[in-house]
Write a protein that binds this ligand. Sequence first.
Ligand code: RB5
Length: 149
Amino acid sequence: MTDTKRIVLSSDHAAIDLRQAIARHIEAKGWEAVDIGPTTPESTHYPEHGAAAARKVASGDCALGIILCGTGQGIMMAANKVPGIRCGVCADPFSARMIRAHNDAQILSLGARIVGEGLALEIVDAFLETEFEGGRHGTRVDMIKALEA
Ligand code: RB5
């Protein structure tokens, strides 16, 4: 576990229940869940929620983020448009470890219509409990950062 423990969570309407379950789960594990909603089930727009979470991370207010939509794909695309953000969709714990260890992703994206709650919580644990390895992976992440320059 990293020493900075604020984790931002957001989703669209397709993933409210799973997002709230993840928030409870990570709070129970000692992380601070900064859940920025939404809380009501009306249809909403995933780009707004992906960008809002990504800005919380890019500004340094939160160390990491977890975002969700039906597939995890649309909200991931939006989050990755915020400068400095690396976000990946994961449907298995191995990928979640690797996007931290090798890609230094700060945001995990999940598809609430793809993964059930049990698997989602394992993916979340893998993501939050893995540190970036640096070294040759740092060189490659720097190359990603250079693409934004
Ligand atoms: C909403 O119906 C759905 O399109 C959205 O949750 C997400 O899957 C988009 O990528």
